[in-house]
Write a protein that binds this ligand. Sequence first.
Ligand code: PAF
Length: 280
Amino acid sequence: MQVIHSIHEMQSLAIQMRTQGKLIGCVPTMGCLHEGHLRLVDIIKEKCDVVVLSIFVNPTQFGPNEDYERYPRAMESDLAMCEGRGVDIVFAPKAEEMYPANFSTYVNEELCSRGLCGDFRPGHFRGVATVVLMLFNIIRPDVAVFGQKDAQQVALIKKMVSDLFVPVTIQVAPIVREEDGLAKSSRNTYLSAPQRKVAPEIFAALQLARTTADGGEHRAKAVCDVVQAHLGKFPDFRPQYISIVDSTTMQPVEEITPGQTLLAVAVALGTTRLIDNIQL
Ligand code: PAF
């Protein structure tokens, strides 16, 4: 496994591999890897000749009062996990090289990034779209994979790729959960033991919503009320949004259309923000 820090070196190698006809697969991450990330590696390995996993805690997607400084960093164990799972190249650029002092170009997606996390994390999706396009331009992947847990991120990356004719296929991987249903996330490491115990109730609420919708209740508000009622039983939860949206545009809908709608929630628990979603 090769570990590359230099942007120029990564880009030159990518161009060389493409000339050799190799299919490049990319797994963009911010590190602190868990089984969810490793499943993304498995998916890409099946489709591509070379797996490039990027590790970069992207400063532009964190707001001024967010957790950029304390975001968990675990380079040594990340590299061991990558090696163990068969990653070919880890690309871990330095923030100073990605964003030199005179950096001034950003990508703004203006539909899918509206609402949901977009309302609570101003500037977040601008940072995500910008860094993802930068990574695509450096790694030159044929295929890139993203986890469905960040459903809004997936929607806006697909939209950016389509709007800007970026020559990459976007693959989406299902949410990986802990045994008790909590969606795997690097931020779960922030949870105290009592918070960790209550956190799976978020998924329990989503499952109640699914049962309600499967039972024939297709009014979005009625289904969201079921989620609200369940979360309300746990005083530590501070729900930020409970919303049913079109899964392509991420804009709210009034009626559930099976297969086309997504129930998305964000809940603050102490100082940690947890997100989750299910397709309805
Ligand atoms: O999902 C993430 O880990 C990040 O948002 C991404 C896509 C790697 C961009 O920094």
